[in-house]
Design a protein around this ligand. Sequence first.
Ligand code: WTA
Length: 643
Amino acid sequence: MSKSSDVYKPSNEFSKAARISSMSQYKRMWQESVEQPEKFWAAEAKELAWQQPWKKVLEWNAPDAKWFVGGKLNITESCLDRHATGDRKNKAAIIFEGEPGDRRTITYAQLHKEVCQFANVLSKQGVKSKDRVLIYMPMIPEAAVAMLACARLGAVHSVVFGGFSAESIADRLEDSGAKHIITADGGWRRGKVVPLKDNIDEAIQRNKAIESVIVYQRTGQKVAMKKGRDFWWHELAADASTKHEAKAFDSEHPLFILYTSGSTGKPKGILHTTGGYLTGTYATCKYIFDMRDDDIYWCTADVGWITGHSYIVYGPLAMGVTQVIYEGAPNFPDFGRFWKMIEDHGVTIFYTAPTAIRAFIKAGDHFPEKHDLSSLRLLGSVGEPINPEAWRWYHEKIGGGRCPIVDTWWQTETGAIMISPLPGATPTPPGTATLPFFGIDAAVLDDSGKEVKPDEQGRLVIRKPWPSMTRTIWGDKARFKKTYWSDYDGLYTAGDSARRDKAGNFWIIGRLDDVLNVSGHRLGTAEVESALVAHKAVAEAAVVGRPDDLKGQAVVAFVTLKAGFDESEKLQKELRDHVGKVIGAIAKPDDLHFAPALPKTRSGKIIRRLLKELVTTGSVSGNLTTLEDFSVIENLQQRLAKS
Ligand code: WTA
């Protein structure tokens, strides 16, 4: 790559081989695609497998979108059948590496068979079209098989990240109304077993609605199996045929619900539908990762997050690419694991998160230096803004100064990447996701709805509908409208603040709502607060984020105790563990401060802004007139100075 004044450009060689090889080509295509988005998206959708063509590309009644109206498809045909019955039959779809080091390669033909077989299993268990199925699995190929088997039947999967607690599972079961669960005995993480089945057992103790729990045997320890409710995957599969006819579903048929954090304590069930979602993930894999038949692609996300849905399962499989799936932790047995895997498997495209990159930087250059990373040709980043220093390290130490980096901005709600460089075209200053993808009309607006001037901060919005956009929050249309569509008439508000530079690049600054970004994962401050307040010792809690070198943001909790409970280190630990138990380990407060009182407005609202300032800078400034009692802040300031 070449570089001038900190703007990196792809080499001529890279550009020439890429689908989009120049800025003029990008600009021309982008202009056309936002003037006629339906034309652009229809051309992409045509490359996928449809059983019945659509009659109309888009029906748009903001905020209700219908894409490819009248079209019918089975999403798994694009991801599996067409490869398995064509030239990619014996091509590896998945190269799997378990944390203990076990390896498996699964071809497209085999993956197709496994999905068909498991679809037959689910069918026999009574799973039908539109039924919700909760999936709680380790990062093994069967997680993808379970998702695809649901999709094949038109059932709606709802994957819950394996790091979430029993209580989180219970909440999601209740909200989604799922009656079937697919899980494993356990998964490997840092040499230990994550007890997935035990967590499920705890989550469904009081849930009478659950009809079946299918358990994949991964770790082999003894687990409780309740007769008539719990079944071993391998036993059911042994009796099932590997043939399954793919029925066609409406383009707008619900595909999955994925829960994500919002500004209240209750996570939102983001609903995605079929035809548009597939088109969005496919087109972005094609142009942004420029995936080719000889690529070995590796996305290090977990299928419990949207990145795993769009860029491990649906997009890459629709492209027919070979991908690596890894089960475990990046630092097991040490921080060289990823680099060893890139060398061993000849990975060409690598997609990870800034939080991981920062952890690698801290661990030391000697880890990547021990490995031959010359197979890499393209790098990606997702989840939060990547600090320019981390970008440069990634570029130099991992990409050998040779690989373009695509810093991809998007969200659970957007389904697919919205803003990103195109690797063969876009000049990239480190730290910006640069420019919108084809068909995406992104802008930064002020409160009155006007576009801000270059370098001014505002709210990031998308002005035109796109195929992979979320259709609603499951069971809560009012919240959907209020959260995303009420700031400006007919425009989607992302909840991020951003600015554009003179070249038009989008610099994402951070969330505008009460959502933290901890290690690239969304966490609602209200969720953590509710968990704390549920503890018998806690009267009131306020949670804010503070900048953290590794995690991006760290979770800081202020807790007021009920009368009769005393501040102690023991209670501090107990409360942190309690949050871990209620939500999951990622939500455990990094700092927990006892506070005799919390800063409040005269009307009794906690002013989190002041707490945030306090933990970020050590003091508070600016407008304090709304504060009811200034001594509360003084007191906290003194306590923090001592701690
Ligand atoms: C943040 C993850 C800056 C952003 C795909 C967004 C980013 C939230 C980037 C969505 C990026 C994601 N640069 N910020 N490249 N990617 N974000 O739903 O705040 O887990 O709103 O989706 O992550 O997180 P989510």
